[in-house]
Design a protein around this ligand. Structure first.
Ligand SMILES: [Zn+2]
Length: 329
């Protein structure tokens, strides 16, 4: 992990290692930029550098007990928060604050990392604000958010903003090949995320291939007006989806597949589609009535609105399926 993040964000890593070495870290940083550019890794690296028992060449060793506890997210003085469900709630921030104050020995180092800080509720953000203003002991807080604009200005003004540039695509492609991802899947994966850790999770046990195939099959039934699209959800898709991230990905895949259908309809070369396994039905769909396709797409895009009002994943898929089947019958 240390080597990888050094290659990807050489300058930022160097800058932060020097700040620690010179004892010049600020109280709070806001890391911005597209997900997966290494924001979380740099925050963890700084924590490791602060606690490592065996610093070498101004870098943490990655092997001592302190480093390992941080890497395994088990270090009592390095605490992370991320959304539970759709948001980071005030209780999560309060809990961490109280944990910190319980063991606040004068001068004892603490690190607080908030992933997806843009998902903090107003209450959580205000609670954090007070904390950044008067940190107990020596605390450094890292906020991670894709964009600065998504964070309350009062918080931004109390942080040092560090912008992470996206990692070059050819570097990512090379990495995917190394991980054993077939070239036919690489552009689809990279259109969904640039986050290598996320990709590693998806491709475990071939999960990504399986879910893509089942979504394609569902779509094939759907555009043929075949009611089997309905049972496809219950029998084939639901068993593969066990958490919110995976649900999110299924929605992303469906939207991407429909967008691609329209692109093919409007002349995109079928050889260049991201869904290599769906060429036949994309060609078929592209020859269909535009009005129907647009009505279908409207249903697809409406899924997000249903997610936002907390309709269950399976219900969203099922009602969308019924509505689209009615269009293509
Ligand atoms: Zn170490």
């Amino acid at each position: 992990m240390i080597e990888e993040i050094q290659t990807r964000q050489t300058e930022i890593v160097q800058q932060f290692m020097n700040l620690v070495a010179n004892n010049q870290l600020s109280h709070a940083y806001l890391f911005t930029g597209e997900a997966g550019a290494g924001q979380l890794e740099v925050a963890e690296l700084v924590a490791m550098r602060l606690f490592c028992k065996n610093v070498q060449n101004n870098l943490p060793c990655g092997e001592c007990s302190e480093c390992l506890r941080i890497l395994n997210q088990e270090h009592p003085d390095v605490v992370m928060a991320k959304p539970e469900g759709l948001s980071i709630k005030v209780d999560q921030i309060r809990f961490i604050k109280s944990e910190f104050s319980k063991s606040a020995v004068e001068g004892q180092q603490k690190v607080f990392i908030i992933e997806a800080a843009d998902k903090m509720t107003i209450g959580a953000a205000n609670s954090l604000l007070k904390f950044i203003e008067e940190p107990a002991g020596t605390v450094v807080t890292f906020l991670i958010s894709p964009e600065k604009q998504l964070i309350l200005p009062t918080i931004v003004s109390r942080t040092q903003v560090v912008e992470f540039k996206a990692v070059a695509n050819n570097l990512l492609t090379a990495k995917l090949t190394q991980l054993g991802v077939a070239p036919s899947q690489q552009s689809l994966l990279l259109s969904l995320t640039n986050d290598l850790n996320q990709i590693k999770e998806w491709i475990q046990d071939d999960w990504f291939t399986k879910i893509v195939n089942q979504v394609i099959k569902w779509d094939e039934y759907l555009i043929s007006g075949n009611p089997q699209a309905f049972s496809q959800i219950q029998m084939k898709i639901m068993p593969l989806v066990s958490n919110r991230d995976q649900q999110q990905l299924v929605f992303q895949l469906i939207v991407a597949l429909w967008q691609e259908t329209l692109l093919v309809k409007y002349g995109q070369d079928i050889k260049e589609v991201k869904f290599q396994g769906a060429k036949q039905q994309l060609t078929q769909a592209a020859s269909m009535n535009t009005g129907q396709l647009l009505l279908g797409l409207k249903e697809i895009l409406n899924m997000k609105a249903m997610v936002d009002v907390n309709v269950s994943f399976q219900n969203i898929l099922e009602s969308t399926t019924l509505n689209i089947l009615a269009i293509f019958e």
